[in-house]
Design a protein around this ligand. Structure first.
Ligand code: AMP
Ligand code: MG
Length: 702
């Protein structure tokens, strides 16, 4: 047989449809067709899921594509169940039996009663347990009080799949019994409806265009967890990733996975191949690692001016994150990974901008106008079906497509309405009060460029031109670590000499505000082995690392010492106040920004250096924070040689600065709403002189 073209994975649910919002235990369908992934489809109930499967099978058959459908519940029960229920050991006899007895509707189904009925046919209490309903059901215990039903508790497959549930448990988180009872009748109907075109694995030879196979997303749990950490709904990730993985594993490996012998109980596809499937979930398209010398400074430079340091970062850093596609609802704040063009024009058709009357401008005469009205009207979404004859007008409502024969609209306030006629003054321009097709965006026109951090307005634009999902970069994961023997966690008692860790909550918050995924790796004492271990963890789980403290060259400055030892480190002595040397290096290929320990210096260095660098790593590209020249409300004289940033805010149109410049004054950070940037050279400022003010918000937006 030819290989499969399309892989569709279904995450079933036996639960009630509570709608209208996508919920965690709804049904999700993930499709990869010819290697291209579609965003997971939310199916609000079982009837909708069945219809979606029918539509999918029809579409794939019509296009001549081979389709593998994975469904996440067992296709068979433990051995001897089929015999006990139906008198023969053919699993399809069970499917047929269930189809005749299960009644299912979006607001509920009889699965618990059916389970009780089945129990009655077996010795003891019977195999099923867990009544999920309020009412008692005779024959279906709430607790597991069963004994002696004569079958195994698990199928051979479940015995090899740690964490998989038994078929006999009808309800509770993760239970599959209820899913089988509601799901197998649906599969049975598909089998019959597409008879001769569907085979069911592993009970039949897969020699038909469509294969139905049993899957279990637990096999790729590690990959699902990674995806989940980036946001989104677990089940949606499960089906998308499993479709991706099965589509990506080599053909001969898939054939091996399919070659099992389990004629009655069925089997979980991919069992024993977990590592391979998890590896296949990883997007292989990742940019190459950064070069080892990306933070090297030119030799012989003592104090590097801020602009030179920034130019180096800009030159040497590149995106380190992969790409994926996300539905619009999950794209806000994410970085666009590819150029977007409009599939459809906005507006798609010429339409009226006002409520009024439409006609052909060419049919107007000179002087005052009287036009006969045609029957009917054009409203938004409800076009006028006919053509408006010359010399006639038609009632139009805002947003309505201009009917044939109409190119100009007069505002309803400007007409006198008579019996079937309108009168208005001359002087209307051709096309007045209308919007041309594509006047906002033409079909095929560029809409957004890569690197764009997607805003709410962008979502409106994309939706308007017919886009439902966007290519985005994976979210940059940034690990945050505090270092210092003196640090304790807020909330715990502090001994003499100890201080609370203030930098970590600040930097974690900053990362979140910048749209990255912060990873809190805690506080580390000034201990090289401990720091090494946490850097290892950070490098494994994050794309960039922010540390604070220990970045100078002193005895306890272990961050710089370790980065030095790793060989890919530069101690940046930047001509900047506040800020001491910044330790920049690579730890196992992951960039580390060793920020100063002083909270004020840590924040300034994070905003001035880490911010643009992280943007480059995240795919968002370089950007300079937007500042404004405003009159100073203060006086200050400054020596040449260092750029200075003062904690500032605007009051009455003037920039005031915090009374103390001490770099331990956290209250000043909180008081301020931005920074005043004083140039590298000497300056003597008087109140009223212009100074550059950069609001904090400028650092957080594009
Ligand atoms: P260091 O850069 O490690 O020499 O630290 C410089 C100063 O910043 C010292 O006074 C530290 O106690 C202080 N410091 C370091 N880390 C933090 C932190 N996470 N929160 C508050 N203060 C800190
Ligand atoms: Mg320290």
């Amino acid at each position: 047989m030819t290989p499969f073209d399309t892989f569709a994975m279904l995450d079933w649910s036996g639960a009630k449809d509570t709608g209208p919002r996508p919920c965690r235990d709804a049904i999700w369908l993930g499709v990869t067709r010819h290697g291209t992934e579609e965003p997971s489809l939310y199916l609000r109930n079982r009837a909708e899921a069945e219809a979606a499967l029918v539509a999918l099978i029809k579409a794939e058959l019509a296009a001549g594509r081979r389709l593998l459908i994975g469904v996440d519940f067992p296709f068979g029960f433990p051995a001897r169940f089929a015999q006990g229920l139906t008198g023969c050991d053919n699993p399809f006899a069970v499917w047929d039996w269930l189809e005749t007895v299960i009644e299912d509707a979006p607001d509920g189904n009889n699965r618990f009663d059916v389970a009780a009925e089945i129990n009655g046919r077996f010795p003891g209490v019977g195999p099923f347990w867990f009544n999920g309903l309020k009412r008692e059901i005779e024959g279906l215990p709430r607790k597991d009080t069963r004994a002696g039903h004569g079958m195994d508790e698990r199928r051979a497959a479940e015995a090899r799949a740690p964490g998989a549930f038994t078929c006999w448990q009808m309800g509770g988180a993760g239970a599959v019994g209820g899913q089988m009872l509601t799901g197998l009748p649906v599969l049975n109907r598909l089998r019959r409806r597409f008879y001769g075109q569907v085979s069911v694995w592993p009970f039949e030879v897969l020699d038909k265009p469509v294969a139905l196979v049993e899957i279990w997303p637990g096999l790729i749990n590690a990959a699902v967890k990674r995806a989940e950490a980036q946001g989104g709904i677990r089940d949606a990730h499960q089906v998308r990733l499993l479709a991706r993985a099965l589509a990506r594993v080599p053909q001969d490996r898939l054939s091996e996975m399919l070659a099992v012998d389990a004629p009655e109980e069925g089997w979980i596809l991919g069992l024993g191949y977990e590592a391979e499937l998890i590896a296949a979930c990883d997007d292989p398209l990742k940019p190459p690692p950064l070069r080892n010398d990306c933070f090297a400074l030119p030799a012989g430079v003592d104090w590097t001016p801020v602009d030179d340091a920034l130019a180096l970062l800009r030159d040497r850093l590149r995106p380190v994150v992969g790409q994926t596609r996300a539905p619009l609802a999950q794209a806000l704040g994410r970085v666009l990974a590819a150029p977007i063009t409009a599939p459809r024009a906005n507006p798609p058709e010429a339409n009226t901008a006002v409520d009024g009357y439409g006609f052909a401008h060419a049919s107007l005469t000179t002087g005052d106008q009287i036009l006969s009205l045609v029957e009917g009207r054009a409203a938004a979404g409800v076009p006028y079906p006919g053509t408006v004859p010359s010399g006639h007008a038609v009632r139009v409502l805002t947003g309505a497509a201009l009917p044939a024969g109409v190119d100009t609209v007069i505002l309803q306030e400007d007409v006198t309405l008579g019996e079937g006629r309108i009168a208005f003054r001359a002087g209307l321009k051709p096309g007045a009060n209308t919007r041309r097709a594509g006047e906002d965006v033409a079909a095929g026109a560029p809409v957004l460029t890569p690197g764009r951090v997607i805003t709410s307005a962008d979502l409106a634009l994309c939706a308007a031109v017919g886009l439902s999902d966007l290519p985005i970069h994976d979210q940059l994961r940034v690990a945050v670590i505090s270092t210092g023997d003196e640090l304790v966690e807020p909330g715990s008692p502090a001994r003499e000499g100890q201080i609370y860790d203030a930098n970590r909550p600040m930097l974690l918050g900053l990362m979140q505000q910048m749209g990255y995924a912060p990873l809190d790796l805690g506080r580390i004492a000034d201990d090289r082995a401990a720091l090494r271990a946490v850097l290892d963890r950070a490098a494994q789980n994050a794309d960039a690392i922010l540390t604070s403290g220990g970045a100078s060259a002193g005895d306890e400055d272990h961050v710089s010492a370790l980065l030095n030892e790793a060989g890919a480190m530069a101690q940046w002595r930047i001509a900047l106040k506040p800020g001491r040397p910044l330790a920049l290096g690579l730890w196992r290929g992951v960039p580390v920004f060793g920020l100063p320990g002083n909270p004020v210096a840590a924040l300034v260095c994070a905003l001035i250096f880490a911010r643009p660098a992280l943007r480059l790593l995240s795919g968002a590209g370089w950007s300079v924070p937007q500042g404004f020249d405003v009159p100073a409300a203060f006086a200050k004289s400054k020596k040449p040689g260092r750029r200075e940033y003062l904690r500032a805010r605007i009051r009455d149109g003037r920039a005031e600065v915090f009374a103390s410049e001490g770099s331990g004054r956290i209250s000043g950070l909180s008081w301020a709403e931005g920074l005043v940037e004083l140039p590298d050279g000497a300056a003597t400022l008087q109140p009223g002189d212009p100074v550059r003010y950069i609001p904090y918000a400028s650092f957080l937006s594009a």
